[in-house]
Design a protein around this ligand. Structure first.
Ligand SMILES: [Zn+2]
Length: 119
C-alpha cells in the first residue's frame, strides 16, 4: 500500500506565526489521504488540516493557534467542498477479473459442454 496526500486547498495566511512571528510564512492546507495498491485506490473521507510556516519550517499545531488563526481557518474550512471517501479499482484489477472470466468460461466449456469446443 502506498500512502499519498491530495491537497484540496492551500491558502497562505498573513497572521503572525506563533514560532517566528513572521506574517507571510504560514500556509494552511487541507489534505485527503489516499491509499493505493496495485489493485485498488482508496480515498479516505476525513480531511487533514495543517498549518506550516515556510519561514521557520515549523508545523503550527492547533494548540498554538491564536484566535485570529482560528478565524481564518474556520473561514477556509467552509470553502472546502465536502468530499466523500471512495474506492476505485485499477486497470490491473479489471484485467485480472477479465482473465478469470475467460479461464472460468474455458473450464466450464471443457467440463460441462465439451461438444461446444469440438471435444
Ligand atoms: Zn514561523
Amino acid at each position: 500500500m502506498k500512502t499519498e496526500y491530495i491537497t484540496l486547498k492551500e491558502a497562505s495566511l498573513n497572521n503572525n506565526c506563533p514560532e517566528c512571528y513572521s506574517t507571510d510564512g504560514m500556509i494552511l492546507s487541507f489534505k485527503q489521504q489516499r491509499l493505493s495498491s496495485k489493485l485498488l485506490v482508496k480515498t479516505k473521507s476525513n480531511i487533514i488540516e495543517c498549518i506550516n510556516c515556510s519561514k521557520c519550517e515549523n508545523q503550527i499545531f492547533p494548540g498554538q493557534w491564536t484566535t485570529d488563526i482560528e478565524r481564518v481557518y474556520n473561514y477556509h474550512k467552509k470553502t472546502i467542498p465536502h468530499k466523500s471517501g471512495s474506492l476505485h479499482f485499477t486497470g490491473l484489477f479489471y484485467f485480472l477479473v477479465f482473465l478469470f472470466l475467460i479461464i472460468a468460461s474455458g473450464v466450464y466449456l471443457y467440463l460441462v459442454k465439451p461438444e461446444l469446443i469440438g471435444l
